[in-house]
Ligand binder design. Structure first.
Ligand code: CO
Length: 227
């Protein structure tokens, strides 16, 4: 008896459902992928990229890691970004964090889990950088949500400063980088209002996004809806 039989059964049903709508669907995908989007998100099981934005296989290129970090020394993330930008020529990169992120909460609490603590140092760097803003928030849950937002904004900054993004902009390739956050508790995306279309736009967009935190009703993690 094959292990995890139910997952194979699910898979057959899923493939049949798609083929019922479009018999050529999978055949077309074997020839090429032409996604317009690169999604960089958290590995969290509650934040599945395709489902959240309602896209089918072939429509979004995805890189996920714990706490949606874009680290300049991470060959895995950089390779995904380079392939997506240079080869697939995606038009948009979406860095999407989420509220209730275990990695972010562990960072705030100083919790220890093992090897992953070293990875979460990148989020700790964000916390240290914005300590004064975070210290003003007395409620722990709100502080965690703010750090989730700040982490996205910082990772957008990191992405825009990679040689890959700079080179794409330098040669005039259209590329927009966006920072979003997802509410696990309501299934909705919120726009952190940071969109960068060229190297010079990063600093003003970064500053505007930081100023917008709190003011636009973000950090509530539930009631506010993105536009
Ligand atoms: Co997470």
């Amino acid at each position: 008896m094959r292990a995890l039989q139910h997952l194979f059964a699910n898979n057959r049903l899923w493939a049949e459902r798609i083929k019922a709508q479009d018999p050529e669907f999978f055949g077309k995908l074997t020839k090429q992928q032409r996604p317009d989007y690169l999604w960089i998100g958290c590995s969290d099981s509650r934040v599945p990229a395709n489902q959240i934005i309602g896209l089918l296989p072939g429509e979004v290129f995805v890189h996920r890691n714990v706490a949606n970090v874009v680290a300049h020394s991470d060959l895995n993330c950089l390779s995904a970004v380079q392939f997506a930008v240079d080869v697939l020529q995606v038009r948009h990169v979406i860095v999407c964090g989420h509220y209730e992120c275990g990695g972010v909460i562990a960072t705030l609490r100083g919790q220890r889990f093992g090897l992953v603590d070293n990875w979460l140092r990148y989020v700790q760097d964000v916390r240290v950088k914005h300590a004064s803003m975070l210290d003003e928030i007395s409620d722990e849950a709100s502080r965690a949500r703010r750090l989730c937002e700040l982490n996205v904004i910082e990772q957008v900054g990191n992405l825009c400063q990679t040689s890959i993004a700079s080179d794409a902009w330098e040669r005039g390739q259209p590329l927009s980088v966006h920072g979003w956050i997802y509410g696990v508790g309501d299934g909705l995306l919120r726009d952190l209002k940071i969109q960068v279309d060229n190297s010079a736009a990063l600093i003003p967009a970064y500053e505007t996004a930081l100023e917008g935190l709190g003011r636009d009703g973000l950090s509530d993690g539930g009631d506010h809806q993105a536009h």
